[in-house]
Design a protein around this ligand. Structure first.
Ligand SMILES: [Zn+2]
Length: 479
């Protein structure tokens, strides 16, 4: 039997188990660093399947790994499982309707992300044991992707140092190997310290921290014109020094994200933003300091591994959706406004031409594998897979689990994460990653080639964007 058929058979046999993982984690909907139930579910299942588990990676209570096999090469499949606050939604319902009032939900499909990676390692294990294939496959349980960037800590602390290659994927409305970069990002809090006084009776005695924060914002907004156009700088006020207009504000804090296509570009802009903060403090007679909260590197799609993953996707084929799936997807497609629908049409037209694009849109689901094209462009968001991609050759893909145009981090995305559409995407993702991994385990030259690619891309250098003593914000959503 061909490898692809062996892999597909195992995944079909394990379908109920994979489906229950997808569903349970969708129901748990645990927030960053609180994913205890989700982790325990995985740990129990992996132990039953004969995997060796290790927990508390990089001192993060919900970071874990489960390994099967012996020696090298070691191939990691990354699995995320964190949810988002405020995105609770009933399954399969095409209008906003909370499942749990004010509850969290899997508005980025990370329940499916982990479930497919779980399915992939089970299929790889089965193949390895049947065919006496040596090497190790490892599920790397990666918490807090949405808020906390746990993978940066895992990369910084050497958790992947013995790993030879890594694969992962993400729920999406398109089937495509991920051949572009993503933005590096630094999350920094700037604080200002002034002096309170009565704002009417003795304003001359006060020094306003809030004034400094406002001047800093003005300065940064002027800076925007003189940085590379692909960079993104945005901020939110975390502390405005109270709500009384008659008290000069003695404290203020602004939270910045500084994003750019490459780590070093973020660092250059960060230096200039620091200067602006210093200037704003000088103008107002206040003091300033900063604290790095978190950071991620840009994603480097490894050429050799991305090509291998793409070929595996083609061999596995796109998810085979039913008429019912198309009908359900169409309902969600119709929750989009005309502008968003036009964007979908434009994107598909760029890839397939107008006629074919219209044909795809009629089904409301992507049923093709997008051709692989490498380019120097990047997505406008950030992912902590970026840091993994600096320390280990890494490839990822997106697989169709949602209606065309469904925006991430929305109730529509939560609503579709536990449907038969999602399950078909999960099985396809699992099979594609399993096939790519088995091919890699069988071909040491490919592993060496992927390592050469990484050296070319990074000069063999990984400068972690976060300080060596920074601890993850485990309690960001309370205890
Ligand atoms: Zn996500």
């Amino acid at each position: 039997m061909s490898i692809v058929n062996e892999v597909k058979n195992t995944i079909d046999e394990k379908e109920k188990l994979i489906e229950s993982v997808n569903q349970k984690i969708w129901e748990f909907a645990e927030l960053a660093f609180q994913e205890t139930k989700s982790m325990n579910l995985y740990l129990d299942l992996f132990k039953k399947e004969g995997f060796e588990v290790k927990t508390n990676l990089a001192n993060i209570p919900t970071a874990f790994q489960a390994s099967y096999g012996n020696g090298y090469p070691i191939i990691a499949i990354l699995g995320e499982f964190d949810a988002l606050p405020g995105l609770s939604q009933k399954s399969g319902i095409d209008e906003k309707s909370e499942l749990v009032s004010g509850g969290s939900g899997h508005g980025c499909g990370h329940n499916s992300l982990g479930a497919a990676s779980f399915g992939a390692v089970l299929a790889i294990k089965e193949y390895m044991s049947k065919n006496n294939l040596s090497g190790t496959v490892r599920f790397l349980g990666c918490p807090a992707e949405e808020s906390g960037y746990a993978k940066t800590f895992l990369s910084r602390d050497g958790i992947l140092d013995d790993v030879d290659a890594a694969f992962t994927w993400h729920s999406s409305d398109m089937n495509r190997a991920w051949s572009v970069g993503s933005l590096a990002n630094l999350s920094v809090g700037f604080s200002f310290y002034g002096k309170t006084s009565h704002a009417a009776a003795a304003p001359h005695l006060g020094r306003s921290a809030l004034d400094s924060a406002e001047i800093m914002s003005v300065g940064v907004n002027y800076l925007r014109e003189h940085i590379i156009p692909d960079a993104r700088v945005h901020y939110a006020y975390e502390d405005v020094g109270g709500s009384a207009p008659n008290v000069v504000q003695s404290t203020a804090r602004v939270h910045y994200y500084i994003r750019a296509p490459k780590n070093y570009q973020v660092q250059e802009i960060f230096e200039r933003v620091k200067d602006i903060a210093k200037g704003a403090a000088l103008i107002c007679g206040t003091e300033t300091s900063y604290e790095i909260y978190a950071g991620v590197s840009d994603f480097i799609p490894n050429r050799t591994l991305t090509t291998l993953l793409h070929e595996s996707m083609v061999e596995v084929g796109a998810p085979e959706f039913s008429e019912e799936d198309f009908k359900l997807a169409n309902k969600f497609y119709n929750t989009l406004n005309q502008g968003d629908k036009n964007t979908v049409l434009n994107q598909l037209t760029t890839i397939y031409g107008h006629e074919k694009a219209k044909e795809i849109i009629e089904k409301s689901l992507h049923t093709e594998i997008e051709p692989l094209v490498f380019s120097n462009t990047h997505l406008s968001g950030s992912t902590d897979v970026g840091d993994i991609s600096y320390v280990v050759p890494t490839a990822q893909m997106t697989i169709s689990t949602i209606a065309l145009g469904t925006p991430h981090h929305t109730w529509q995305m939560t609503a579709q994460g536990n449907t038969s559409i999602a399950l078909k995407g999960v099985k396809t993702a699992a099979a594609s990653m399993a096939l790519a991994t088995i091919k890699l385990l069988n071909d040491n030259d490919l592993i060496e080639k992927s390592k050469e690619d990484l050296k070319l891309d990074t000069n063999g250098e990984y400068i972690c964007p976060i300080p060596s003593d920074l601890k993850p914000k485990l309690d960001q959503y309370g205890e």
